[in-house]
Write a protein that binds this ligand. Structure first.
Ligand code: PLP
Ligand code: TYF
Length: 408
């Protein structure tokens, strides 16, 4: 195929990372990639992950054998409890099939592949509706398996909040039985989530339209610091009796980015035959997994499993999650108050209203480029900043630079 392969453009996010690394300025600030940094701008190995890692290393029985096709059972069972709640009727009724995946991306891909192969139901539409904007990789993940994609309005530029009316109108007009991708919490890139009341309305709308919910949960516990609260959107839909799927990542909430730990979950709608349906689905997921990756990676899975299965370590994990989410919330407050003290033109309440890893600042592309060229502050061109890139030493510098470019 040599002569027909065109040069592909570099991934913009990784291009940004490279430009940051190459910048010799001592003042440079990385607000690009969505990875947690501590107050010293360093990656943070969660103390609980260090402990679990020690346990893995010191296990005299440990080896490097293959995991089963569906992954480490002690992980997938607890991962399901984490998303759906330990007392979820869906779990008790054996309506959940869980498969370990290559982090969130691999779980999304496995789900996309599963739907591409089996979502061929009379009267249902195969189009996948994505929020506008969404995590850029969503477009390629669904397109790669041959599913058509469309978008629903999500972000309201004027309020820098949710365009709820626009979202509902498009989902109402969409053909019945469309696939709808929803960010469970801490929407990437906007940091804007529906309220509990809005989630309830969405569940009702999707029910009426017989749409198929595909949840992406990459920030559970990372958004509010409360694992249950960050899973409440998914639990609401499960309670409403949907058949749905969930792509779950442990990259951010365990800081296990490069270990590629995650799970894919299928939930059958409540019915007398639901457990049997789930068994059939699990058998097909195993076949897809077999041809894609044979079996998932073991190391990060063991670490997450140890934490999820030990009550003391689990409590410590929750504490570590509160450390991360708390520092991010504190940075939101500081950035907003410094901009307000400077009297920077515009309103800045959205910085503290938005949640999770990111803030959609409203800065324009020329302002973003000026911040990069003149102040060595790196963010994506859409004005998204990774809040974790801010710390007690650079937040003032960033606020002053933003103030300058906004005034120009
Ligand atoms: N989905 C969303 C919305 C994300 O922001 C991310 C990571 O940034 C992912 C999924 C998947 O990440 P990973 O494959 O590293 O788990
Ligand atoms: O939005 C972000 O910052 C993420 C970061 O495999 C990321 O896209 C990078 C690599 C990856 C998953 C997520």
């Amino acid at each position: 195929p040599a002569e027909v392969v065109p040069q592909a453009p570099e991934d913009p996010l990784f291009g940004l990372m490279r430009a940051y690394k190459a910048d010799p300025s001592p003042n440079k600030v990385d607000l690009g990639i969505g990875a947690y940094r501590d107050d010293n701008a360093k990656p943070w190995v969660l103390p609980v992950v260090k402990k679990a890692d020690e346990i893995v290393r010191n296990d005299p029985e440990a080896n490097h054998e293959y995991l089963p096709i569906a992954g480490l059972a002690s992980l997938t069972s607890k991962a399901a409890e984490l998303v759906f709640g330990a007392s979820s009727p869906a779990l008790a009724e054996k309506r959940v099939a869980s498969v370990q995946a290559i982090s969130g991306t691999g779980a999304l891909h496995l789900g996309a592949l599963f739907l591409a192969k089996f979502y061929k139901i009379a009267g249902a539409n195969r189009t996948v509706y994505l929020s506008n904007p969404t995590w850029a990789n969503h477009h390629q993940i669904f397109t790669n398996v041959g599913l058509p994609i469309a978008s629903y309005p999500y972000f309201d530029k004027s309020t820098r909040g949710l365009d709820f009316e626009g979202m509902k109108a498009t989902l109402r007009d969409a053909p019945d039985g469309s696939i709808v991708v929803l960010h469970a919490c801490a929407h990437n890139p906007t940091g804007v989530d529906p309220s509990p009341e809005q989630w309830a309305e969405l569940a009702q709308l999707l029910k009426e339209k017989r749409h198929f919910p595909f949840f992406d949960t990459a920030y559970q516990g990372f958004a509010s610091g409360d694992l249950d609260r960050d899973a409440s959107s998914i639990r609401l839909f499960v309670e409403a009796g949907f058949e749905l799927v969930v792509a779950q990542s442990f990259a951010k909430n365990f800081g296990l980015y490069g270990q590629r730990a995650g799970c894919f979950h299928y939930v059958a709608a409540p019915a007398p035959s639901a457990a049997e349906t789930t068994t059939r689905v699990a058998s097909q997921l195993a076949i897809l997994q077999r041809s894609e990756i044979s079996n998932p990676p073991i190391y990060g899975a063991k670490i997450a499993s140890i934490v999820l299965n030990d009550p003391a370590l689990f409590a410590e994990w929750q504490d570590n999650l509160r450390t991360m989410s708390g520092r991010i919330i504190d940075m939101r407050k500081q950035l907003r108050s410094k901009l307000e003290e400077l009297g920077t033109p515009g309103t800045w309440n959205h910085i503290t209203d938005q949640i999770g890893m990111f803030s959609f600042t409203g800065l324009t592309e020329p302002q973003v480029l000026k911040l990069r060229e003149e102040y060595h502050i790196y963010m994506t061109k859409n004005g998204r900043i990774s809040m974790a890139g801010l710390n007690s030493r650079n937040v003032e510098y960033v606020a002053k630079a933003v103030d300058k470019v906004v005034r120009e």
